[in-house]
Design a protein around this ligand. Structure first.
Ligand code: AMP
Length: 237
């Protein structure tokens, strides 16, 4: 069975940081829809010009477009053993579409919970690498780091991490994305993790939750596979 992980939680909860760590730990790709869109904006593609204004005001890109982007991405061969989705789904239609793309009983859904005041604080001091999009360690940013620990690229603030846009993004989260917790809550493979812990502890708690779900009787994924093992429908190289 592929290990298909969905990261839920408000902006600034640590989804991106933890998705990257989980991807490395389990040997599966981290798929960040925000990173994909920012790359398109930076590269000046047609997609980039369609989404830039929406992103700059902290709003959501349309469901049909997002669903198509994710459908194409999940059809790539590197997802054969699973993926960590960061930033998708963000709306009820996106969640429904994802269930139709994968074995829905096989999704491991991780919600990272962090109170709103802490999110504003984290987002307004967050820096990312201009070149590789890695999220900088907040402690080193506080000590004055200006270059990326991974690739040496310049650390910059995301244009939507300015306080006014942050507030709009948090409102959009409350309105559109938080209701997804009710959509997923009753599934045996749904877990909420305390995102106020130090990053290493958050990672440990998530990995423990995921490994527990994969254990016999831990979740619903190994007991009754809904689809036979093998390439995903429509998977291509
Ligand atoms: P993120 O990096 O996940 O915070 O995403 C940055 C921005 O990209 C969001 O504020 C949205 O404008 C857009 N975006 C990313 N993922 C989605 C999605 N699944 N649905 C709609 N808009 C998205």
């Amino acid at each position: 069975m592929p290990l298909d992980i969905v990261m839920l939680g408000p902006p600034g909860a640590g989804k991106g940081t933890q998705a990257a760590r989980l991807a490395k730990h389990y040997g599966i790709p981290a798929i960040s829809t925000g990173d994909m869109l920012r790359e398109a904006v930076q590269a000046g593609t047609d997609l980039g010009s369609r989404v830039k204004a929406v992103m700059d005001r902290g709003d959501l890109v349309g469901d049909d477009l997002m669903i198509e982007i994710v459908r194409e991405r999940l059809a790539r061969a590197d997802t054969a053993n699973g993926f960590v989705l960061d930033g998708f789904p963000r709306t009820r239609p996106q969640a429904g579409a994802l269930d139709a793309m994968v074995n829905e009983g096989g999704l491991s859904i991780i919600d990272i919970a962090v109170p709103a005041e802490e999110l504003v604080r984290r987002l307004s001091s967050r820096r990312i690498c201009r070149d590789c999009a890695a999220i900088a360690d907040p402690a080193s940013v506080e000590r004055g780091a200006t270059s990326c620990a991974t690739c040496g690229g310049m650390l910059v603030q995301r244009s939507d991490d300015r306080e006014q846009v942050v507030r709009e993004r948090l409102a959009v989260y409350e309105r559109n994305t938080k209701p997804l917790l009710d959509y997923y809550r009753d599934r045996p493979s749904f877990r909420t993790i305390d995102g106020l812990q130090p990053p290493d502890a958050v990672f440990g708690a998530i990995a423990e939750a995921i490994d527990g779900m994969a254990a016999p009787g831990g979740g619903d994924k190994v007991r009754t596979p809904l689809v036979p093992e093998g390439p995903r429908p429509g998977a291509a190289g």
